[in-house]
Ligand binder design. Structure first.
Ligand SMILES: Nc1nc2c(c(=O)[nH]1)N[C@H]1C(S)=C(S)[C@@H](COP(=O)(O)O)O[C@H]1N2
Ligand SMILES: [Mo]
Length: 377
């Protein structure tokens, strides 16, 4: 079959191939390779299916979503009259309309958004995706508002709300997360209204959300309609109760203490995503993210660490790296494959059964090494 016939048969036209962003962002798959599924693969209950991992950018239709109070029903008039209020300890409290925000300079950031609960449960494995997020930078907007000297905390509120109980108090609360002023001024933060070149859709926070590159998904407040600057630390549910990691730690003097910390920036992580073969030439594909990645290594059947090849599709600071490793002539039988990423500072992704992971009593920030099992016939 010549190329033109192949394209026609596969339903792709040449222009379609050239223009399709997914084709552009496909990483070096080998033509005609066959997938050999992992035998311990947990059912990914939603979002990314690692066995189908073959593009650097996650198509919008495969992107997971998490909404703690459900996806809010926002009526069309409210949507088209969307406002973002910036208030509290600022010199110029301002309300921006969505049109005004869209008329500001637009930038895009490629950022891998991972829910901090991803891999915290055996079946919760697809809560991650990589997208090009489009919007306007947050920092100039905060600077225009002028944060007063006594302002220390920037709180991002969503439109969605639910009932919360503390002690004997029952109250309605909107979803909210906060950052320090310095953290909120991070230059890559976006007020985002586009995802992979398409308008943001409801479940991902339309019409406006925060995109906080380098942070876990929880920081990316959806249906964003209010930013408030205060002189106290914010202690809402998603800062101080849920999304709090509880871990037993050993101090230098040998004493054991319990530590409670709020989930914030991402942690170094990697995964062997899938194995394919052409004849006896097997290949392991995977991803690494959470910190600037220097190398990815893998160990087969507990053997020495081997260096994987990183396939740079786009050198984006906040995006995952895709990698592969050629595994030639593996012997028949069951094998284990584990990967670990190493960041540019030399930090190594923790072992799955290391104290750092094993002494963590909550499921957030589960960034331990992931072992996969496979049977070679
Ligand atoms: N308003 C609001 N924003 C939210 C949430 C939410 O429940 N409400 N969930 C957060 C969590 S826990 C994650 S992991 C990400 C998921 O983003 P996505 O649904 O677009 O994938 O959104 C975050 N932003
Ligand atoms: Mo999350």
């Amino acid at each position: 079959m010549d190329r033109r016939h192949f394209l026609e048969k596969s339903g792709l036209t040449l222009t379609g191939l050239l223009l399709s962003p997914w084709a552009l962002y496909a990483f070096p798959n080998r033509e005609g390779e066959e997938l050999i599924p992992f035998i311990d693969e947990p059912e990914s209950n939603r979002g990314l299916d690692w066995h189908k991992f073959d593009t650097f950018i996650t198509p919008n239709k495969d992107f997971f979503h998490v909404s703690h109070y459900g996806v809010p029903k926002i009526d069309p008039t409210e949507l088209s009259n969307w406002n973002l209020e910036i208030s509290g300890l600022v010199d110029n409290p301002i309300t921006w309309t969505i049109e005004e925000i869209k008329s500001l300079p637009k930038t895009e950031v490629t950022y891998t958004l991972e829910c901090s609960g991803n891999h915290g449960f055996p079946t919760f494995t697809g809560a991650i995706g990589n997208a090009k997020w489009g919007g306007t930078p947050l920092a100039p907007i905060l600077k225009t508002a002028g944060i007063k000297e006594n302002g220390i905390e920037v709180i991002f509120f969503g439109y969605d709300s639910g009932e919360e109980k503390r002690r004997d108090i029952t109250m309605k609360q909107n979803f909210a997360r906060s950052m320090s002023v310095e953290e909120a001024l991070q230059e890559s933060h976006l007020l985002c209204y586009e995802m992979n070149g398409e308008p943001l859709i409801d479940k991902h926070g339309a019409p406006l959300r925060l995109i906080a590159p380098g942070w876990y998904g929880i920081a990316c407040v959806k249906w964003l309609n209010r930013i408030e600057i205060r002189d106290r630390r914010f202690m809402g549910r998603f800062m101080a109760r849920d999304y709090v990691t509880i871990r037993k730690e050993t101090r230098p003097n040998g004493e054991t203490v319990w530590m409670e910390t709020s989930v914030g920036k991402t942690q170094l992580k990697s995964i062997p995503a899938k194995v394919t073969r052409i004849g006896d030439e097997y290949r392991i594909y995977g991803a690494a993210w959470g910190a600037p990645i220097k190398t990815v290594e893998l160990s087969i059947d507990g053997g020495p660490w081997q260096t994987a090849e990183i396939d740079t599709v786009e050198d984006a600071e906040y995006a995952w790296k895709v990698w592969h490793y050629n595994w030639n002539n593996p012997s028949p039988g069951v094998h284990t494959i584990v990967s670990r990423s190493i960041d540019t500072k030399g930090n190594i992704q923790p072992e799955g059964d290391s104290a750092h992971i094993a002494d963590k009593e909550t499921y957030w920030e589960s960034n331990g090494q992931i072992t996969r099992k496979i049977r070679i016939e």
